[in-house]
Write a protein that binds this ligand. Structure first.
Ligand code: PTJ
Length: 244
C-alpha cells in the first residue's frame, strides 16, 4: 500500500522520482532492523520531542515523501509541540511546492510555510537552498525526516539542533544530526506524537528524555541490533530467514 501510494503520488508530481529510490533504500534497512522500532529508536524519538518542546522556534521540515506518507502525523506533532511546518524539497519546482503545501493544508495544518521563500541556506546551490526566515532559516530546532545529507550538514553548520528520522543508520544525515531516530517515518512520528502529548506540560519529563540520549552509544546499539538480527537469520535451519 505504501509503495502504491508513493508511485501514484510520483505520477501526480507530488513525490520526486528520487523519492521512490529513497523509499526502496529505506525498506531494505527496515528489513535489516526486523521491521520494528528498536528500543534505541524509542529513546531517540523521546529525546527528539524533548528538544522540540524546549525549543524557542521549533520547525518540522516536510518533503514529498513525508507529505504523502505522514501528513496527519506531522500535523499532530506540530500541534503537540507548537512547531511550524515548512515544505522544503530537495528537487524543487514551484508546482510541486504548491501542491505539497495544499495537501498539508487540506489535512488541517494551518499556514504551512514554503510558498514564498525569503532566505537561502549557505553553501547550497539555489533551488536546494531556498527557505523561509519564519521557518527553517531562523529555527533553532529542526526536524528533517528523510533528509539529504548535504542539507542536514548545512543546518548543523548553521548552529541548529537537527533531528533526523532515517532508516539508514550510516547515512550522512544521521551522522550529522544532533538526534538520529533510526526508524520508519510513520512509526517514529507516532511515538513522537504520543510522547509530545504526554510531556508537553511536564518539563521534567522532557529534560529526563533529553538527558537519556547519547548519540554514539545509541547508534552503536542500532548497528548491534542489525548484526544480531542477521546472525539470528544466518543460524536458522536452512540458512537465511524469510523476511528478506
Ligand atoms: O521531495 P524531495 O525533493 O525533497 O526529495 C526527497 C528525497 C527523499 C528524495 C531526498 O530528500 C533525498 O534524496 O533523500 P536521500 O538522500 O535519498 O535520503 C533519504 C533517506 O531516507 C535514506 O537514507 C533512506 O534510507 C531513508 N528513508 C526512506 N524511506 C524512509 C526512510 N527512513 C525512514 N522511513 C521511511 N519511510
Amino acid at each position: 500500500m505504501t509503495r502504491k501510494k508513493l508511485v501514484t503520488a510520483a505520477r501526480e508530481g507530488l513525490v520526486a522520482w528520487e523519492g521512490i529510490i529513497a523509499h526502496g533504500r529505506g525498506e531494505a534497512f527496515d528489513y535489516l532492523l526486523g521491521e520494528r522500532t528498536l528500543p534505541q529508536a524509542e529513546v531517540a524519538a523521546r529525546a527528539a520531542v524533548a528538544y522540540l518542546l524546549r525549543a524557542d522556534r521549533p520547525l518540522l521540515s516536510v518533503n514529498g515523501n513525508v507529505a504523502v506518507l505522514a501528513a496527519d502525523e506531522i500535523g499532530d506533532l506540530a500541534r503537540a509541540t507548537r512547531a511550524r511546518v515548512e515544505v522544503n524539497v530537495f528537487h524543487r519546482t514551484e508546482e510541486r511546492v504548491e501542491a505539497l503545501v495544499a495537501l498539508l493544508e487540506e489535512r488541517g495544518i494551518g499556514r504551512v510555510l514554503g510558498r514564498n521563500p525569503d532566505a537561502s541556506l549557505p553553501g547550497l546551490e539555489h533551488p536546494r537552498a531556498l527557505s523561509s526566515h519564519e521557518g527553517i532559516y531562523d529555527a533553532d530546532v529542526v526536524l528533517v525526516p528523510l533528509e539529504d545529507g548535504d542539507r542536514a550538514e548545512v543546518l548543523v553548520g548553521m548552529g541548529k539542533t537537527v533531528i533526523s528520522i532515517d532508516l539508514n543508520p550510516l547515512s550522512r544525515t544521521n551522522r550529522a544530526a544532533t538526534v538520529a531516530v533510526v526508524d520508519e517515518l510513520v512509526r517514529a512520528l507516532r511515538i513522537m506524537v504520543a510522547f509530545a502529548r504526554e510531556a508537553k506540560d511536564e518539563p521534567e519529563m522532557a529534560e529526563t528524555a533529553q538527558g537519556a540520549y547519547e548519540k554514539a552509544g545509541n547508534l552503536r546499539g542500532v548497528l548491534g541490533a542489525i548484526q544480531e538480527n542477521l546472525e539470528a537469520h544466518a543460524t536458522e535451519e536452512g540458512g537465511v530467514g524469510d523476511n528478506v
